[in-house]
Design a binder for this molecule. Structure first.
Ligand code: AMP
Ligand code: MG
Length: 417
């Protein structure tokens, strides 16, 4: 029996051969969820100019000092400043300016009184200006103003290399007038399934056959993590078919080939054999459950990972071994899965002490995060994964964790209530 490699050791062995991909230039509006390859410093201040945060009237605050509902202050309206107003208005002393949200504050004004605090409230704001306006409230300097640079200062570091660009980041870049950014190229993965029992979606179901679900689970996982995935199809359970399928990848060599199934000890598990004959097999057994048969090596010098065939094993193998590669190659600052400590509601058994991943559901009860199992934990049971929002990780060497104990949970990107 070959030794079982500890999970961390297997991860390190795999990760060390992959490097960050080269950066490329991308239009900002196409850069959603891509990983930034440069630091962004702001070429302008935001807001770019002092502007009003309310629809109202720009004033010299000291001229409104005594205003109250019982004794309003009335000023003539000397200017009208809509949003997009391009001239630098000057507010004449003893007057006020009608101003809309986002419009530039005229020189001389130091506050805005909202229309709700004037006798113009309930009049149509789009109508002709009134000759005078009465204020029921006084203003302090700075009231309802958005100062130039209060959000972002000129030259400020706003986004750091290694950040996955969020929609609000794209908005900020556009606000700053930045049209292109440097991002890291995506990791390229070629994927195939193997097994004579596998059918494509839509193919006629017959006894002994099952649909190839792994291709679709793995494609989604890899793409969500930021990789570009190509499909090599389904290899049959014979060495020629496995080799032909692997050779498809050579036409446009990817950074990594990933397969599922055919790497265990069954009579028809040819994937491992073909890798050994045409490349190198570094290891193929890892001390984990599910997912012990994980093969790592290369096929004609292209890195190769063979995941187990059972759908849950393939998913967990991908989470543990493939996603960190994608994160490293695309330059994401955080390589690790998101984790949290939770209190167990069900006891967990791991009799042979392998590092074990259970499918769980985290719920918040009385302010405490608690996790229960999602039912039967068989590694072929995909629905148990669909119901899960976390993987509960029992460390290697631990055989039992009692209900009420705390455990580390990998938070999955699912939305459950
Ligand atoms: P194997 O590693 O080939 O022994 O496969 C282990 C189990 O996973 C078997 O029950 C297979 O039918 C199942 N399996 C293999 N590949 C897939 C796939 N692509 N989609 C769904 N189940 C699969
Ligand atoms: Mg098989």
């Amino acid at each position: 029996m070959t030794e079982l490699l500890p999970v961390r050791e297997a991860q390190d062995k795999i990760l060390e051969i992959f490097q960050l991909r080269q950066p490329e230039v991308c239009k900002v509006e196409l850069a959603y969820h891509r990983i930034l390859a440069e630091n962004i410093t702001s070429p302008i201040a935001l807001p770019p100019f002092n502007n009003s945060s309310m629809d109202g009237y720009a004033v010299r605050s000291e001229e409104t000092r005594d205003a109250s509902p019982a004794s309003p202050v009335t000023l003539p309206v000397s200017l009208d400043i809509p949003a997009g107003y391009t001239q630098q208005g000057v507010l004449a002393k003893g007057t006020t300016a009608r101003i809309l949200t986002g419009a530039p504050i005229p020189e001389g004004a130091d506050a805005v009184i909202p229309v709700e605090d004037t006798d113009q409230y309930k009049r149509p704001q789009t109508g002709p200006m009134q000759f005078t306006v009465s204020f029921f409230k006084s203003a302090k300097p700075g009231d309802n103003l958005r100062r130039a640079g209060e959000d972002v200062q000129l030259g400020q570091l706003v986004l750091e290399r290694g950040r996955r660009l969020q929609p609000q980041d794209i908005g900020l870049l556009v606000s700053l007038g930045i049209c292109e950014v440097k991002i890291n190229q995506k990791a390229r993965i070629a994927l195939f399934s193997s097994g004579d029992e596998l059918l494509l979606p839509g193919e006629h179901m017959s006894p002994g056959k099952i649909y190839d679900s792994n291709t679709y689970v793995l494609t989604g996982l890899f793409e969500d993590a930021g990789a570009e995935v190509t499909h090599l199809g389904i290899a049959k359970d014979n060495p020629e078919s496995v080799k032909n399928t692997l050779d498809q990848a050579l036409k446009n060599p990817p950074d990594l080939i990933v397969s599922s199934a055919g790497v265990s000890v069954g009579a028809f598990d040819y994937v491992r054999e073909v890798i050994e004959a045409n490349g190198r097999l570094s290891f193929w057994r890892v001390n984990m459950r599910p997912g012990k048969p994980v093969a790592f090596g290369n096929y004609k010098n292209i890195p190769f990972i063979g995941l187990p065939g059972n759908p849950v094993s393939a998913y967990i193998g991908a989470q543990v071994f493939v996603l960190p590669i994608i994160r490293k190659m695309s330059g994401l600052a955080h390589l690790d899965q998101r984790c949290m400590q939770v209190t167990l509601l069900d006891p967990l058994e791991s009799p042979d002490g392998r590092e074990s991943y259970f499918r769980g559901v985290i719920k918040k009860e009385d302010g405490i995060y608690k996790a229960s199992l999602t039912g039967h934990q068989g590694s072929g049971n995909l629905f148990s994964l669909v119901k899960a929002n976390c993987l509960l990780v029992v460390p290697a060497g631990v055989k039992r964790i009692a209900a009420g104990d705390t455990i580390n949970a990998w938070v999955l990107d699912t939305e459950l209530d």
